[in-house]
Design a protein around this ligand. Structure first.
Ligand SMILES: [Zn+2]
Length: 158
């Protein structure tokens, strides 16, 4: 799409910040996911056509576009598909830049065909290995939001 702007039109630009607090509904599928977190469990969805399992859940299969609205309980364990080390947290905007290294991992829960972006904890970056087994560490205060996942740690130590 091309936007034509009349060059003779007066345009004023004001730079600034607007604080806007709002709530929005994440939809049936993610609502169920967060309900599961409140019970310390992972709830994904399964494609009705090809059987692929998604966690985080999605309501349409990205491969065959069929509905993926069958909810499925998934375990607390998975494998590390990839990772990066950053000073930015993936949640909590107010404390986003923590000025110390954080490991952000791409973790595929056992039985799922997709992966989640989550903190990886209780391990030094140099000890990480793609394909290593991890398990969830739940937050102390469960609230039904992404912060319920404190992170994933290696199974059986390093
Ligand atoms: Zn499918």
């Amino acid at each position: 799409m091309t936007l034509n702007i009349d060059e003779e039109q007066d345009v004023s630009v004001t730079k600034g910040m607007i604080r806007a607090e709002f709530n929005f509904w994440v939809g049936i599928v993610m609502d169920k996911f967060y309900d599961g977190l409140q019970e310390k469990k992972f709830i994904g969805t399964k494609c009705s056509k090809c059987g692929k399992v998604f966690l985080p859940p999605r309501n349409r299969c990205g491969d065959c576009f069929a509905k993926a609205e069958d909810f499925i309980d998934l375990p607390e364990t998975g494998i590390l598909k990839n990772f990066t080390v950053t000073t930015y947290k993936i949640s909590e905007r107010k404390t986003r830049n923590v000025k110390k290294d954080q490991i952000v991992g791409l973790v595929q829960i056992d039985g799922a065909d997709s992966a989640m972006v989550v903190p990886v904890i209780n391990i030094n970056p140099e000890d990480l290995k793609i394909g290593m087994k991890l398990k969830v560490v739940w937050a102390k205060n469960i609230k039904g939001d992404p912060n319920d996942i404190a992170g994933f740690e290696p199974i059986g130590g390093v």
